[in-house]
Design a protein around this ligand. Structure first.
Ligand code: MG
Length: 382
């Protein structure tokens, strides 16, 4: 009976993981964590009788202690303690952004299976994380699909991997991207996800980060990672083989499928997700990505190819730009400008240590914030 820890249990992936676990009686929820939704966390701890809860702030510890019998830890050290707890078998990392790095490494170093939904950890520290490649199973739907297509295949037979991208809400629209609102950007056509990743989908940075994620997970050169726009989000990704054939994974657009597969791998179990009725599907269409209108994708390929600390800077600048866009301080089209500017000012270090990665994560955010503040001033003056 595997014990599960969910880091980030109140977010979109975290709550869907709990829905999956509701149908897997042989899996036990051992530990849960949340950053700000402390009330929801205490309800989850109560419902699942979790043994450990982790909150972000020391001041929230008493709230949890008052309402449950769980041991309560806090902060990054608390997340690492839960992730490496001797009683935990599988750690679901559903944290947002670079905050996932240290807890993921703590879990891997302790020998846990990690079901990884936090792509930023691979983007900034893929060369460290992939030392533990046999312990990692991706939850990201595209990578989970590729994982399935590659199962049992010889890697030398793979010509390229093909990541599908919905294109987000603006891809086939006539919208002037410099004028789109936060509410418009948050309306993803196919997926129901958290705020940060939904904005990343609209800018196509999400696909850019996924290209870097795929580079590390599957050991593929950037020239062998293709991106194709597939607005229906029904084929979750594909693998092209050297003989010209392509294997695709097609399923209902529902994150509970890749979550369940990551938990039960190598077993496939029945799920609560409704099956695809092929005769009811819309036409499946494919387009080449528009790199001029959506420059974030090119920036990610560029940052990934340079490597070292450059993807860290790309990611840090993006996190700042997205949070400023979400709080209505900059325009949507400022997001790639901020990232490009921050990358242009960075002298990358190849093979950085974890401490160097975290240091550049911080400095890139400060630089991005400074440049974003200038853009914000301009926006006010218009
Ligand atoms: Mg994805």
């Amino acid at each position: 009976m595997p014990n599960i820890a969910i880091l980030g249990s109140t977010g979109s992936i975290g709550t869907q993981t709990l829905q999956v676990l509701d149908r897997l009686p042989n899996y036990k929820v051992f530990g849960l964590s949340a950053r700000s939704k402390v009330t929801l966390l205490s309800e989850q701890v109560e419902k699942y009788q979790a043994k450990v809860a982790v909150v972000d702030l020391a001041s929230d510890v008493n709230t949890l202690m008052a309402s449950s019998n769980a041991s309560v830890y806090y902060g990054e050290a608390g997340l690492c303690e839960l992730a490496s707890h001797p009683d935990v078998d599988i750690v679901v990392v559903a944290l947002v952004g670079s905050a996932g790095l240290k807890p993921t490494l703590a879990a891997l170093e302790a020998g846990k299976r990690v079901a990884l939904a936090n792509k930023e950890t691979l983007v900034i520290a893929g060369h460290h994380v992939m030392k533990y490649r046999n312990q990692i199973i991706p939850i990201d739907s595209e990578h989970n699909a590729i994982w399935q297509c590659l199962d049992g295949k010889n890697r030398d037979d793979v010509a390229s991997i093909i990541l599908t991208a919905s294109g987000g809400p603006f891809y086939n629209s006539q919208n002037d991207l410099s004028k789109v609102t936060v509410a418009q950007a948050l309306k993803h056509p196919n997926w129901d996800m958290g705020g940060k990743i939904t904005i990343d989908s609209a800018s196509m940075m999400n696909k850019g980060l996924e290209v870097i994620e795929a580079h590390w997970l599957f050991g593929m050169d950037y020239d062998s990672i293709e991106v194709i726009i597939h607005p229906q989000s029904l084929i979750h990704s594909m693998v092209r083989f050297i003989d010209g054939s392509i294997l695709a994974q097609l399923a209902t657009t529902d994150m509970r499928l890749p979550i369940q597969y990551a938990l039960t791998y190598p077993a496939t179990l029945p799920s609560q997700v409704s099956p695809v009725n092929l005769w009811e599907l819309p036409n499946l269409t494919f387009q080449k990505p528009d790199l001029v209108r959506f420059p974030c994708l090119s920036l990610a390929y560029h940052g990934g190819k340079i490597g070292g600390t450059m993807p860290t800077v790309l990611n840090g600048a993006n996190e700042i730009a997205v949070s400023m866009f979400l709080s209505d301080q900059i325009r949507f089209t400022d997001i790639p400008r901020i990232i490009e500017n921050t990358m242009a000012n960075h002298q990358p270090i190849l093979h950085p240590t974890i401490n160097e990665i975290l240091a550049y994560d911080q400095t890139s955010r400060i630089e991005a914030l400074e440049f974003a503040t200038i853009l914000k001033g301009r926006m006010k003056n218009i």
